[in-house]
Design a protein around this ligand. Structure first.
Ligand code: HEC
Length: 209
């Protein structure tokens, strides 16, 4: 009787020890006791920009090259409550905008009473200045009278800028930077550079374009 009891007790104890051991081992293996999130979630997919990369700005010159004055004219509807753009057009709440690109900032010929905030900016309306102004008038010239929030989409701004430019200014657009091409001519290092400098690298097989 005693013998049998010991045998049974032995098996039960043994099974318990094995079970406990497995629990400890498996919890280590699966790190079930670890509650912190892993440093990087999931896995990175190659070729997909992340973080700052995705928010990288397209250069204004590139946007202007692709811009459409007809779309800009449509967006100008937002400005019409305050601005005219025809030659000799009347000032409204805002000044007439004919020929604005290249004109001095805050100095229209039509006798508009500009705010000191805008007058003190100085210089001329370049594409870059207009882009900054139309992003946020308030940020560009704190204290300005133009109570317009701004156009948040870079494409909208580019479209409207080429439209403004087409209305009495016609300033040449800046050349768009070469998209993703070899970083600047460094002699024979970049294949395209040989062509540009007129000095073919090797073999002089460069196509004469
Ligand atoms: C609520 C009225 C209002 C709206 C809407 C508005 N503007 Fe203006 N805008 C003004 C006023 C007022 C000024 C003069 C600002 C100052 O003197 O501070 C001005 C000034 C400007 C100037 C500078 C003119 C110069 O001769 O220096 C430009 C360029 C301009 N606006 C473009 C636009 C464009 C483009 C839009 C539409 C996307 C627009 N504005 C929408 C009221 C407005």
């Amino acid at each position: 009787m005693d013998d049998r009891f010991n045998t049974i007790a032995g098996w039960v104890l043994g099974a318990g020890i094995v079970g406990l051991g497995l629990a400890i081992v498996s919890s280590h293996y699966f790190e079930a006791d670890k509650h912190e999130r892993p440093e990087t979630m999931g896995y990175a997919v190659e070729g997909v920009a992340e973080g700052e990369g995705a928010a990288k700005e397209v250069p204004l010159a590139t946007l202007l090259a692709a811009a459409d004055p007809a779309k800009g004219e449509a967006i100008f509807a937002k400005c019409k409550s305050c601005h005219t753009i025809n030659e000799g057009g009347a000032n409204g709440i805002g000044p007439n905008l004919h020929g604005i690109v290249g004109e001095a900032v805050g100095q229209g010929a039509g006798g508009f009473a500009f705010s000191d905030a805008l007058k003190s900016v100085g210089g001329e309306w370049t594409f870059d200045k207009l882009n900054a102004w139309l992003t946020s008038p308030k940020a560009f010239a704190p204290g300005t009278k133009m109570t317009f929030a701004g156009l948040s989409k870079p494409e909208d701004r580019a479209n409207i800028i080429v439209y403004l430019n087409s209305q009495g200014s016609n300033v040449p657009l800046p050349p768009p930077p070469a998209a993703d091409e070899a970083p600047a001519a460094d002699g024979a290092a970049a294949p395209a550079a040989g062509e540009a400098t007129g000095a073919p690298a090797e073999g002089a097989e460069a196509p004469a374009t």
